[in-house]
Structure formats: structure tokens, C-alpha cells
Design a protein around this ligand. Structure first.
Ligand code: RP5
Length: 168
């Protein structure tokens, strides 16, 4: 979806279980855009499109994907299923569900049994944005350009907070 240059392949995949997750997951995409990280966005449900999801995940690493971000809500098994099928790091974002305000999504994603980890972020938009930042931090381990842009982002954020410090 977002392209640093038209020719570079995506390095991060943002997956989600439903179009209803898109508004939240756009916060992850926006963060990656800000950091100029080429990524792609797909709606692929673990229970409604299982075969297509498994096919996608099976090919992801070969295509150059290095981190997968998975957003899901309710009995949110998307991130766990993806993590079971790939060696890539998987970051889970719990959707703020209507019925239980995201506690269901959070516990479903964070309580992975031992052996297959999912790095779980906060519920909703903060978690989605942080998933973008964490994906960037993983890429920054071996990419100086990403590291520089991430450092600049942090410095800018600190500047904004300090500009607000004198309330009275
Ligand atoms: C999950 O079920 C999705 O991740 C979504 O958060 C939740 C509800 O999906 P819809 O019924 O809105 O399509 O698979």
C-alpha cells in the first residue's frame, strides 16, 4: 500500500480480521508512513478466510516481509494463528470491541500459551500506533535509515511535550 519507492517490496504486513478493524489499524499504517517504511495492508480473517490467511502467511517471509502486525477483536485468534505459521515477529493489536470494550480481544491475544509468542500492544488506536513504532524499532536493528527516522520522531515528540510544560 504505502511505498517508500515504487520498486521496494513491503517489509511490514498489517493484517486484520475485518474491515471493521481498518479505522483502528490505519493508525499503524500512518505511523509506518511517517517513518517511510514500505508496508502492505490486508483484511484476512483467521476464521472466515482461513486458507487464504495461511497461504498469505506462508509466503510472507519469502516476499521480504520482516514483521507482521495483526489486529483483531473478540475471540481474537488472528495473531496467534499467524505466529504459529511463521518465524517472523508478530505484533498483536486488540480491537476495542463493543461488547467488552476490548478486554476480550486483549486477553485473547496476550494470553498465548508458552511456545508461540505474540508481542501484544495496548487496546485500540494507541496499540495500533505503537505496533507501527515497535515494528520500526525491530527494522531499525539492521537499518540505519529507519533508526535515524525513529530517533527524529522521538526527539520531535519530546520537543512537543516540553513546549507544553509551563502550564502556569
Ligand atoms: C474479528 O471479529 C475481527 O477482527 C473484528 O474485530 C471482529 C468483528 O468482526 P465484524 O463482525 O465487525 O466483521 O474477526
Amino acid at each position: 500500500m504505502t511505498q517508500q519507492s515504487q520498486s521496494s517490496p513491503p517489509r511490514v504486513a498489517i493484517l486484520m480480521g475485518s474491515r471493521s478493524d481498518l479505522e483502528t489499524m490505519n493508525h499503524a499504517s500512518d505511523m509506518l508512513k511517517k517513518l517511510q517504511i514500505v508496508h502492505e495492508v490486508r483484511i484476512l480473517s483467521a476464521h472466515r478466510a482461513t486458507d487464504a490467511l495461511l497461504e498469505y502467511v506462508g509466503d510472507a517471509e519469502k516476499r521480504g516481509i520482516q514483521v507482521i502486525i495483526a489486529g483483531a477483536g473478540g475471540a481474537a485468534h488472528l495473531a496467534g494463528v499467524i505466529a504459529a505459521k511463521t518465524m517472523l515477529p508478530v505484533l498483536g493489536v486488540p480491537m476495542q470491541s463493543k461488547a467488552l470494550q476490548g478486554m476480550d480481544s486483549l486477553l485473547s491475544i496476550v494470553q498465548m500459551p508458552k511456545g508461540i509468542p505474540v508481542g501484544t500492544l495496548a487496546i485500540g488506536t494507541a496499540g495500533a500506533a505503537n505496533a507501527g513504532l515497535l515494528a520500526a524499532a525491530i527494522l531499525a536493528l539492521s537499518d540505519h535509515g529507519v533508526r535515524d527516522r525513529l530517533t527524529a520522531f522521538r526527539e520531535e515528540q519530546t520537543k512537543k511535550v516540553l513546549a507544553d510544560q509551563f502550564v502556569s
